[in-house]
Design a protein around this ligand. Structure first.
Ligand code: PLP
Length: 382
């Protein structure tokens, strides 16, 4: 088997063209001819399978170390596919700060279909154990939480889940297989909003599910084909193209994030910096043990001497925007933006205060990013 970076460029070739083209072909055809009526060709209809999507799926399966992968039209479509593996009456334990869209899908959609959910802080193994019932089928979480970047041990949670015959499902959007491969740490299913780092350029919505075993793969494939929320061939090609530069983007974005997190850590402008790349916390220890890096998202509590809203409104190079994982740096106020749907009391109880600023760092020069932050801090000083 080749090394990780080589595999970002060289997936399993589609190998059906005689042109010598280096670029992986994009097959936009929705239907494929049968040689004879009684044959069963590899591809017949693009919802059920498409060569360009297959290329991407096989590549991500290999990068995550899984049996097979399935590409969906968005991260939430992928999560929908995974939760459709469960039946009415089943119970799933879910990280208490999972992505807001995931929370809405579970509580406003799957709950009405009879799935029951218990939210726990997945860093707390006793809390997980206490939430397990005879109906529990799975534990679902994000290794790094959003926006406070708390870190859950995939190894420990998966070991606990195995003891109770539960599936471990990890949303690996923030880390990508470059920084963590949850299946190798014991998880059964890994999924992504490929909208973020895998695609990496803020121009495609996509989701991917990777299953560890053939039996799970078969169930996810059934859901993908039956629900129909598949990734289009053109978008599959863009994600494939983004993956080619995943490690070089991640290395640079992460180095930039570390630099800026250290700036805030040394500055009076921030009271607290949340970044698993800064030593001195449990989160740092777990990240050291189970990841190849701390990623490129961090958050800070600005000191009361600075007005956080004024700060983000004055950023120029940083775009004031939700999302993450792009080549361009973004900043946002979770209290007013990504987490505004939560009741105020819940926001405050989970640390999402009006002074919290989240940064998702891109590829720009550190000097320019720092200068932008410094001028916005000067404007925000009150
Ligand atoms: C964005 C995101 C999702 C949802 O993905 P979409 O592609 O927006 O549907 C799920 N999980 C995490 C961690 C995300 O950041």
């Amino acid at each position: 088997m080749t090394e990780f970076n080589t595999r970002l460029i060289h997936g399993e070739a589609i190998n059906d063209n005689s042109t010598g083209a280096i670029y992986t072909p994009v097959y936009t055809s929705t239907t494929f001819a049968f040689p004879t009526a009684d044959s069963s060709p590899r591809w017949d209809y693009t919802r059920s399978g498409n060569p360009t999507r297959d290329y991407l799926e096989k590549q991500v399966a290999a990068l995550e170390g899984g049996e097979a992968a399935f590409a969906f039209a968005s991260g939430l479509a992928a999560i929908h596919g995974v939760f459709s593996l469960f039946a009415p009456g089943d119970h799933v334990i879910v990280g208490d700060t999972v992505y807001g869209g995931t929370w809405r899908l579970l509580n406003s959609y799957f709950a009405t279909h009879g799935l029951t959910i218990t939210a726990v802080d997945t860093r707390d193994l006793d809390a997980i154990a206490a939430a397990i019932t005879p109906q529990t089928k799975a534990i679902y979480f994000e290794t790094f939480t959003n926006p406070l970047l708390h870190v859950t041990s995939v190894k420990k949670v998966a070991a606990l889940a195995k003891k109770h015959h539960l599936l471990t499902i990890v949303d690996n959007t923030f880390l990508t297989p470059y920084l963590q491969q949850p299946l190798a740490l014991g998880a059964d299913i890994v999924l992504h909003s490929a909208t973020k780092y895998l695609n990496g350029h803020s121009d495609v919505l996509a989701g991917i599910v990777v299953a560890k075993t053939p039996a799970l793969a078969q169930r996810v494939y059934f859901a993908q084909n039956a629900l129909g929320g598949v990734l289009s061939p053109r978008d599959a090609d863009l994600v494939r193209r983004g993956i080619e530069t995943l490690s070089v983007r991640m290395d640079r974005e992460q180095a930039n994030a570390q630099f800026l997190a250290e700036f805030f850590n040394d500055s009076d402008a921030a009271d607290t910096v949340f970044y698993p790349g800064l030593p001195g916390t449990d989160d740092y220890q777990i990240a050291q043990a189970e990841t190849n890096g701390a990623g490129a998202v961090f958050a800070v509590y600005l000191n009361q001497a600075y007005d956080a809203e004024t700060f983000v409104n004055h950023l120029q190079l940083f775009k004031l925007a939700v999302s993450l994982g792009s080549v361009s740096s973004l900043a946002e106020l979770p209290y007013l933006m990504t987490h505004a749907e939560l009741p105020v009391a819940d926001r405050l109880a989970t640390g999402i205060t009006p002074q919290l600023v989240r940064f998702a760092i891109g590829l720009e020069d550190q000097k320019d990013l720092l200068a932008d932050i410094q001028q916005a801090l000067a404007a925000a000083k009150q």
